[in-house]
Design a protein around this ligand. Sequence first.
Ligand code: TMP
Length: 237
Amino acid sequence: MEKLEQLYEGKAKKVYRTDDPNVYLVEYKDDATAGNGAKRGTILGKGAVNNKVTNHLMRQLEAREGIPTHYVQELSDRETLVKRVAIVPLEVIVRNIAAGSLSKRLGLPEGTPLKTPVLEYCYKNDELGDPMVNEYHIAAMGLATKAELETIADYSFRVNRFLCAYLKEVGIDLVDFKLEFGRLDDGTIILADEISPDTCRFWDSKTHAHLDKDLFRRDLGGAEEAYQEVQKRLLGQ
Ligand code: TMP
């Protein structure tokens, strides 16, 4: 597969066209941003970790849980072939333990276990700062149909159940995470984007140490090491 021109550059990834119109090439960067681009920096080695961790988790989700994903083939440390989709403009957040914006909004101390998982949607729009929306906003704005949203919610809870158990085995508590979904040409909804320490809160089960991007967001230090640790626990290298 040939790497052709760059189509898009996001905060953490670049996307290239390939000689197959239905396949794109994603390249993961070490650039880190937080607060909707307000804070910028670099986490050395992050791109390679996020690429490998995402691909590993997507392969598990496909094979063991039957969740369709955009993953096609890992080409190198930072490059992966994915199916071309039209991204549904929603950030789908699942939470098991209170942290981050939920803790702020509801006054729940970080670390408070939630009695049941919480599903939230944000409208992907940088200018508006990705505002939270509910099913009614999504239908009213035509962001997704009711049937698509049912599929997205079902997949998201299944991803949560699978990942909670899978990560527990390597001593990681899955606090919360963000997913994105896309549509294939025939309308099929599949899991897209990434599942990585950039997009999940991973806490060490014993020490509750952050093993994720909160180390960067909150200037706690040790982000490089934490990303490597997640890769080591999941991929053994
Ligand atoms: P939050 O507590 O800031 O709302 O974040 C919830 C989870 O979603 C956390 O694991 C980080 C992830 N997330 C992203 O990946 N991208 C985003 O733009 C936001 C706001 C959160």
